[in-house]
Design a protein around this ligand. Structure first.
Ligand SMILES: [Zn+2]
Length: 256
């Protein structure tokens, strides 16, 4: 009887304590933990905790950042500032609505490697769309990114009408800065792909400028069916950004 009572007490206390402590973890932080579990073990005291014991601040407490501040000095919480809308195209896009473009660079350096050589340690060659294209590309094996690329490739390979868009893949791994900025391109990490530039619209090419406070129109010629295949496997599309980049697909499962 004593045992039964203590068991009931333990169960009740667990029921009371657990939801309370779990509730302290912000929903979006949970998404980071879930999708990057090989590198993140949890959340504690406003910080993401990595498997090596290091921590990174979740919320810096600064409210009402300007668009430029969000790009240049984001915290992890800010990465979720604009909600990525899967499937829906939402055109025209509201000014500076760039879901996925606000990124904490040190976070991705931590996840994928802090130098070109470190990133290269986890790259693998795959054959992109073997039937339609057959191009060799290098992609990251971290967080299942290579598996996702392979699934996307296999699926898109069934649509001969898409071959022109999928051939001459303009780039996957390429350690470099984003043109006109001091920020590292996501191509540096091997989880991002630019498809054929021939059909691409990129805001910097259209405005012939690099200043991000420019007033932009919108252009796209990439079939949305291609976009949906990437989205299904956890990739955001640059064609859903006010600062559009319609060749650009980036593995960001936490945003989907
Ligand atoms: Zn790109």
């Amino acid at each position: 009887m004593k045992k039964l009572i203590s068991l009931i007490l333990v169960t009740i206390s667990l029921l009371i304590i657990q939801p309370a402590s779990a509730a302290k973890i912000p929903t979006n932080a949970k998404k980071l933990i879930r999708h990057y579990k090989e590198s993140i073990i949890g959340f504690e005291d406003n910080h993401i905790v990595f498997t090596d014991g290091t921590r990174m601040k979740w919320d810096d407490g600064i409210k009402n950042k300007s668009y430029q501040q969000l790009l240049d000095e984001p915290d992890l919480e800010d990465m979720f500032h604009d909600k990525y809308r899967k499937r829906k195209a939402q055109i025209p896009l509201s000014v500076n609505y760039d879901p996925g473009r606000i990124r904490v660079e040190p976070f991705f350096l931590k996840l994928y490697g802090e130098s070109a050589d470190k990133v290269k340690e986890n790259l693998k060659e795959i054959i992109w769309c073997p039937k339609l294209v057959g191009q060799k590309i290098m992609v990251s094996t971290l967080y299942g990114a290579d598996k996702k690329f392979e699934k996307i490739s296999a699926e898109l390979d069934k649509y001969p009408e898409f071959a022109p868009y999928l051939s001459k893949i303009a780039g996957t791994f390429n350690w470099r800065k984003i043109a006109g900025t001091n920020r590292l391109s996501m191509h540096s990490f091997g989880m991002t792909m630019d498809i054929n530039t021939k059909f691409t619209h990129y805001w910097q090419w259209d405005c012939k400028c690099k200043n991000e406070d420019v007033v932009l129109g919108y252009n796209n010629s990439i079939p949305l069916k291609i976009v949906r295949v990437f989205e299904k496997h956890g990739f955001v599309w640059g064609g859903k950004w006010y600062h559009y980049d319609t060749m650009h697909f980036e593995y960001r499962p936490e945003l989907m």
